[in-house]
Write a protein that binds this ligand. Structure first.
Ligand code: MN3
Length: 200
C-alpha cells in the first residue's frame, strides 16, 4: 500500500522571518504536519487490516481518523508552498482577473479572506478555492481540517489558524498573524494552483 510522506519545506526554517518565526515553523512542520502524515498512514493501515479480517467494528473511528489526518496533511502541503520569503504584494494575470470578477477588487477579497480566517470557530483554516461547479473562486472556513467543506472546491490559498500555527510568537493575536501572512504569500504558487484547478 502506498505510504504518504512528509514533504520537505521549500525553503529554510528561518526563511519567512520576521513574519513567521523559525521556532514555530520548525515545530509546525516537523511535529504537527508530520503527525498528520503518520496519523493518515496509520488510519489507512487499519482500514487495510479491516478489509483483510472482515472486522469493521471500528470503521467509523478509522474513517474519521483518515479524514482528519488526510485533510490536515493535504492542507499543510498547500500551506507551505503558498508561502515564500519573497512573497506578498498582489497576484497578476488570470488569478488577478478572476479575483476582480468574483470579489469586486483585490482589497475586497483580502478583507473577506482575513475576516473569514480570523473568525474560524476554534481550530481551522481560511481557504480560497476554485468551485468547479459554479466556475468561480469562493472563500471557505474549515473547522479542524475537514469540516464545512463544499465538495468539488479545490483549495488554492490556505491560511492555517490552529493555535500551533502562531501561538509562540503571536499568542492570542490571530488577526496579527493573518495580517503578517499577507507579506509572505507566494502569488506565483497560488496562480499556478488556480490555473491547474480551472483547467481540470
Ligand atoms: Mn497547522
Amino acid at each position: 500500500m502506498k505510504k504518504h510522506e512528509l514533504p520537505a519545506l521549500p525553503y529554510d526554517y528561518n526563511a519567512l522571518e520576521p513574519h513567521y518565526d523559525e521556532q514555530t515553523v520548525r515545530l509546525h512542520h516537523d511535529i504537527h504536519h508530520k503527525g498528520y502524515v503518520d496519523g493518515l498512514n496509520k488510519a489507512l493501515e487499519k482500514l487495510a487490516e479491516a478489509r483483510q479480517t472482515g472486522d469493521f467494528a471500528l470503521i467509523k473511528h478509522w474513517e474519521r481518523e483518515a479524514a482528519f489526518h488526510g485533510s490536515g496533511h493535504y492542507l499543510h502541503s498547500i500551506f507551505w508552498t503558498n508561502l515564500t520569503p519573497n512573497g506578498g504584494g498582489e497576484p497578476t494575470g488570470a488569478l488577478a482577473e478572476q479575483i476582480q470578477q468574483d470579489f469586486g477588487s483585490f482589497e475586497a477579497f483580502k478583507k473577506q479572506m482575513a475576516a473569514a480566517t480570523v473568525a474560524v470557530e476554534g481550530s481551522g483554516w481560511g481557504i480560497l478555492g476554485w468551485d468547479r461547479t459554479s466556475e468561480q473562486l469562493v472563500i471557505l472556513q474549515a473547522e479542524k481540517h475537514q469540516d464545512l467543506t463544499i465538495w468539488g472546491v479545490i483549495p488554492v490559498l490556505v491560511m492555517d489558524v490552529w493555535e500551533h500555527a502562531y501561538y509562540l510568537k503571536y499568542q492570542n493575536k490571530r488577526a496579527a498573524f493573518v495580517d503578517a501572512l499577507w507579506n509572505i504569500i507566494n502569488w506565483a504558487d497560488v496562480s499556478r494552483r488556480f490555473e491547474e484547478a480551472r483547467a481540470k
